[in-house]
Design a protein around this ligand. Structure first.
Ligand code: PGA
Length: 263
């Protein structure tokens, strides 16, 4: 049965965009203005951390802020890193961890599941809801991709207690469907459904009934044309949008579609 108290969630991942604070504020304000009547959908914008402080000053109760990465620990000799506590103090309440672009050696330094696990523990301690990204690079005929996702979840969530389940979101993002992937192709809501069922099973094996508190969202070139299909037929609690979240029109359209589908 559908749990009516469970809000669906739309997350925007701006990645390393836009190039100026002025544009960031403009985009954020445009989204905030357009969704002022949204009630049933939780909206999160994960912006570059250098913009968070200013965005947190924009008056809106409809958008929560997130970061796109955080390190472990509070302070220390970690050149170039930012701690969950620092992000929290700037206004972030969410953080994306384990994104495929950070797992990718030439782009994000090749983050491993073990490192992501340390970061998740620290983010949870620092009060940030963790959006853990998982997803296979390719789909093989032997369905090895199920095991890849299983290992990612098990290793990244190793040692995390049941009490933290309400602070974790899993984003299923098949790398082959992400907009920045060369020769990408579209995932279907059926692809998403089979994986979301599989992820639910892993979570219930690990956390028992508390596993159901973990929301699962889909990400990978989500747009205003396929959002409804993923929400209705993909078995997910929401969406994580990258490229489309850089357009206030497209992003708010996705939010409105989610709101209307949330009967
Ligand atoms: P995309 O990005 O929507 O541009 O594919 C999603 C993501 O990488 O988080």
């Amino acid at each position: 049965m559908k749990d009516k108290s469970r809000k669906r969630i739309i997350i925007g991942n701006w990645k390393m965009n836009p190039s100026t604070l002025k544009d960031a504020e403009k985009l954020f304000k445009n989204v905030a203005k357009t969704i002022s009547r949204i009630k049933k959908t939780e909206v999160v914008v994960c912006a570059p951390s250098v913009y968070l402080e200013r965005l947190a000053k924009v008056r809106t109760s409809k958008i929560k802020l997130g970061a796109q990465n955080s390190f472990f620990g509070d302070v220390g000799p970690f050149t170039g890193e930012v701690s969950p506590e620092m992000l929290y103090n700037l206004g972030a309440r969410f953080v994306i961890l384990g994104h495929s672009e950070r797992r990718n050696p030439p782009v994000g330094g090749g983050e491993t599941n073990a490192l992501i696990n340390k970061k998740i523990k620290s983010a949870l301690l620092g009060g940030l809801v963790t959006i853990l990204c998982v997803g296979e690079e390719d789909r093989d005929e032997n369905h090895g991709y199920f095991n890849i996702v299983k290992t990612q979840i098990e290793e990244c969530l190793s040692g995390i207690s049941r009490n933290s389940t309400s602070k974790i979101i899993i984003a299923y993002e098949p790398v082959w469907a992400i907009s920045s992937t060369t020769n990408r192709r579209d995932a279907t809501s059926a692809d998403c459904m089979e994986m979301s069922i599989f992820i639910r099973k892993i979570l219930s094996d690990k956390f028992g009934s508390d596993g159901s508190r973990i929301k699962i969202v889909y990400g990978g070139s989500v747009n205003e044309r396929d959002a409804l299909d993923f929400l209705q037929n993909g078995g997910v609690d929401g969406l994580l949008s990258g490229r489309a979240s850089l357009s206030a029109t497209k992003f708010t359209e996705i939010i409105k579609i989610c709101e209307a589908s949330n009967k």
